[in-house]
Design a protein around this ligand. Sequence first.
Ligand SMILES: Cc1cc2nc3c(=O)[nH]c(=O)nc-3n(C[C@H](O)[C@H](O)[C@H](O)COP(=O)(O)OP(=O)(O)OC[C@H]3O[C@@H](n4cnc5c(N)ncnc54)[C@H](O)[C@@H]3O)c2cc1C
Length: 436
Amino acid sequence: MPTVSLPAAPSPGVGTRRLRVRRVVNTAIVAASSSSPTPDALADKKVVVLGGGIIGNSCAYFLSRRGVPCTVVERVEIAAAASGKSGGFLAGGWGDGSVTQPLHRESFRLHEQLAAELGLKTYRKIPTLSVAGGARMALDPPVSWLDGDVASARLMDDATAQVTPLELTTRLHEEAMKLPGSRTVFGEVVNVTTTESDSSGGGTRVAAVTVRDETTGTTASLDADVVVVAMGPWSTRASEWFPDVQVPMTGVKSVSLVYDASNAVADEPAALFCAEDRNGCHLEVYPRSTGEVYICGCGGSEYIDEERLMPGGDLERADAVTPDQKRVDAASRSFKGLSPGVGGAGPRVSQSCMRPCPPDALPYLGAVPGVDGAYLACGHNCWGILWAPVTGKIMSELVVDGKSSIDLEAFDPGRFMSAAQKRGKKIKGVNVGEQW
Ligand SMILES: Cc1cc2nc3c(=O)[nH]c(=O)nc-3n(C[C@H](O)[C@H](O)[C@H](O)COP(=O)(O)OP(=O)(O)OC[C@H]3O[C@@H](n4cnc5c(N)ncnc54)[C@H](O)[C@@H]3O)c2cc1C
């Protein structure tokens, strides 16, 4: 992609430098199945999406399908965090009966549609098995590569699917950037500035996003009519930018492993949900379409509080998140026990990432109260890959139509506001466990 430079705003004490910007030149956008033409005014809206994970890029993609170009601002690289390192397991029915049911159902449907639109190589339907380790079972296991100590393995759900998150995030980004006027800015978002709103009710509206080049320390100001905060666990910084809104968040940091491709796994794919074992693991095993095996559920997840995610914290950047070797070793032992044929050689990749977890484990989706043009799309916990398409669709509807086709009441970004908080008291995140 061609690289151009943005004029940078002067910043006290640091002079004027230039930010790294990638602008994508006029290429036709991929045919959209449900897009409708939008007035030119929408193409002129300055929409800035904060965060280049799967949620930010899905928002940019769905907005591009409605004819709205976006600037995506990313601090490290596209899919640098969980969106490049997580499982990609998709289950449409696992939210049934809860407030997240419409997110699960609609997004599961959209994943299949997107896989065709984007020409994804890694999306596929796979069955899911429930597995318990222990003494070897008498009957043959349902997949031949479970050739170790497996006490039971039964079908749990035959209507599940998977996608490799890195491929989906990257493709969403590439396609969104094809709309003329779209661009990617690499730098750290340090502020969102607001100004008095033109609307009759008073209040404020977003005006600009301040982006810092971490290599030079210089800042630039990007004009904005609309800002979508999609920075995963780091979205808690929005509490500083919109003082009347609290965005409490815990980053739940977990290890994951990737094993080399195996023919047996490629020929007999099945996702596995394993019972807690003697190594403290509850493995989730997701064979990739390549025959590689991705594993998470390695146990011992660490709960990262807001201070560690905020500026100056040890995990303020995605590339500072590293794996705990004890959990790598424990999970490697567990998988080798279940599948010596595939797991015997040990993992090729060991890594770590965080899922963004609000205190009630529900995402923040919708408009920021009292600030016109500001939206939150974050806190997707363990379902961010599944819910990315529906989140993009919702945000495009809010920006273009002014309303969402899905009821967002339970996901209201203002739900942790209270009279006490408005007076400046801050809520703390609570431990919500490792539940799905
Ligand atoms: C081990 C593990 C396995 C998982 N498995 C699944 C699964 O199977 N299915 C599923 O549906 N979900 C799964 N998830 C959850 C899913 O991965 C997350 O919910 C999702 O990736 C969150 O996406 P995001 O875009 O909100 O955040 P992230 O992927 O965290 O992206 C946020 C981005 O914002 C950037 N950023 C942060 N601060 C700034 C700043 N100041 N300025 C600019 N950019 C900034 C970061 O660099 C990062 O790139 C899993 C999570 C984990 C940890």
